[in-house]
Design a protein around this ligand. Structure first.
Ligand code: FAD
Ligand code: NAD
Length: 478
């Protein structure tokens, strides 16, 4: 078998597998090296996203939401299902099945596109040389014209709450629990905290989330963050802001967490504790001792606008080069770097990357928040329409949430759209396309949306930017 390639990709997560497939499509002889092992020590492609992130979390969010709906909403539809029971083992098995079908799918895509796949840890030993250390200790050296690092990220660990795989869990462990903890603590009210907190809360846990910062979800527009906090609290998530964890003590069947909030010292005992305080770049053992890769002050691999690292012929994409740590951002960077290597001139638009939080209601946004637009000193107009004014939402029993559109007051170009409500993870895609084409709010307002559909709320929000919504009273002119 060949050991000389045009491209060696290190890491088969969304950034790496997409880079490898695109490079092969463009005629480059490509190999992808990955060291992920499943919990029963089997190699699996797809990285964090497919094995322990996006996909298993969404499978558990879906199952737990169905459980919650059957328990709390079916009756109002005239549906009686008798005594509802949770079979967590079966739910976990379904999730594992979804994951293995998708990770197997990547292997199929590699084959179909002619990407070679190697299992083991890739280490750059020199420009153009990658040593692959197999899980069995066997070593092989690959030669490459180009090396693409896509080694991803790993959970941040707190010294005062070290992961033990039993009482104190990272996000991977939090997706694998085999019983519903009666009391669940979560440190960090970010994406993972609210998504996984929601999963276990719907399945019956009493969930407390301790967040160090005083503001809830500072990355989101204040409008949707405020509405989300109110709704999550109503659902029973006990979200404590400004709560700084100072220590933990693990007992046989519980973990005690000490924290300060304002001037008060507080403590709480949980059956399990999830630590979800962010992720850090995975650069461990990427380079042999005498090969230096420059990192930025946060430990991300430093790259220029062409994804070149400080080592000649070595590129990097995905979580390992920095925020936002999102699968779709990494996938696009993977595509772009492969196309650059093939001599094309692709473009990565960092201004139009959607963010989605898959809670109920979902949160989704793209572009600038109102605070960012204000801080930039721009003149702007806002249109905001609640889902309560939407026929489809009413038929679905989904009355909460809204769509908020921000457009430049002079040019009418859409600057940002922020949504909270049903399936906004899907609705946001229309705005992504619109913003990619630099659409105005009037472009959306003049686009015919199917009736009845949730998308009509996006349409009405665009009309509302100009103060002329049809299915909701317009704002009174001052
Ligand atoms: P990764 O997916 O981390 O993949 C890196 C791969 O490289 C891994 O397989 C790793 O084992 C391998 N590797 C590392 N070093 C080496 C080496 N030296 N040699 C060989 N292989 C190596 N993002 C979203 O966009 N949407 C979501 O809904 C979402 N949900 C998430 C839920 C959870 C619980 C978590 C933890 C994350 C979630 N994310 C989500 C984030 C998403 O998973 C990451 O942004 C994405 O996986 C990053 O892709 P990547 O290819 O850069 O790295
Ligand atoms: P995050 O950055 O989203 O949130 C971490 C939270 O922990 C922040 O609110 C932060 O203020 C808080 N925090 C930090 N240190 C703390 C401490 N010592 N005590 C209490 N709170 C503390 O990180 P995450 O939730 O771990 O997720 C990691 C990344 O994975 C996300 O940033 C995101 O990029 C990605 N992700 C995306 C999705 C999605 O797209 N739906 C879902 C899950 C994860």
């Amino acid at each position: 078998m060949s050991t000389s390639y045009d491209v060696v990709v290190i890491g088969a997560g969304p950034a790496g597998y997409v880079a490898a497939i695109r490079a092969a499509q463009l005629g480059m002889n490509t190999v992808c090296v990955d060291n992920w092992l499943t919990l029963d020590d089997k190699p699996a492609l797809g990285g964090t996203c497919l094995n322990a992130g996006c996909i298993p979390s969404k499978a558990m969010l879906e199952s737990s939401e169905l459980f919650h709906r059957a328990e709390h909403e079916f009756e109002s539809h005239g549906l009686s299902v008798g005594k509802l029971e949770l079979d967590l083992a079966r739910m976990q098995k379904r999730k594992a099945g979804v994951v293995s079908e998708l990770t197997g799918g990547i292997a199929g895509l590699f084959k179909a596109n002619g990407v070679a796949s190697k299992t083991g840890t890739g280490q750059i030993v020199d420009s153009g040389k990658v040593k692959v250390i197999g899980h069995d200790g066997d070593e092989e050296t690959l030669e490459a014209k180009h090396i693409i690092i896509a080694s991803g990220s790993v959970p941040v660990e707190l010294d005062i709450a070290a992961f033990d795989g039993d009482r104190i869990l990272d996000s991977r462990g939090a997706l694998e629990m085999d019983e519903v903890p009666k009391k669940l603590g979560v440190i960090g009210a970010g994406y993972i905290g609210v998504e996984l907190g929601s999963v276990w809360s719907r399945l019956g846990s009493e969930v407390t989330i301790l967040e160090a910062v005083d503001e809830f979800m500072p990355v989101a527009d204040r409008g949707i963050a405020t509405e989300a906090l109110k709704t999550f609290k109503k659902q029973g998530l006990d979200i404590q802001l400004g709560a700084r964890v100072t220590g933990t003590k693990v007992n046989k069947k519980s973990v005690r967490v000490e924290y300060t909030q304002g001037d008060e010292n507080k403590s709480e005992t949980f059956d399990r504790l999830i630590v979800a305080v962010g992720r850090r770049p995975n650069t461990a053992n990427l380079c042999a001792k005498d090969t230096q890769l420059e990192l930025d002050d946060k430990g991300f691999i430093d790259v220029n606008e062409s994804y070149r690292t400080s080592l000649p012929g070595v590129y990097a994409v995905g979580d390992v080069i920095g925020n936002p740590m999102l699968a779709h951002k990494g996938m696009e960077e993977g595509t772009v770097v492969a196309e650059m290597l093939a001599g094309q001139k692709p473009h990565m638009n960092y201004d139009v990357i959607p963010s989605v939080v898959y809670t109920t209601p979902e949160l989704a946004w793209v572009g600038r928040s109102e605070a960012q637009v204000k801080a930039a000193g721009l003149d702007y107009r806002v249109g905001q329409i609640p889902f309560a004014a939407n026929g489809r939402a009413k038929a679905m029993g989904e009355q909460g949430g809204f769509v908020k559109m921000i457009a430049d007051a002079n040019t009418d170009e859409i600057l940002g759209v922020h949504m909270i409500g049903p399936y906004v993870s899907e609705l946001i895609q229309e705005i992504v396309v619109a913003m990619e084409y630099k659409a105005s709010s009037e472009d959306i307002a003049r686009t015919i949306h199917g009736h009845p559909s949730l998308g009509e709320t996006v349409h009405e929000a665009a009309l509302a930017v100009d103060g002329r919504p049809i299915h909701f009273p317009p704002r009174k002119k001052k």
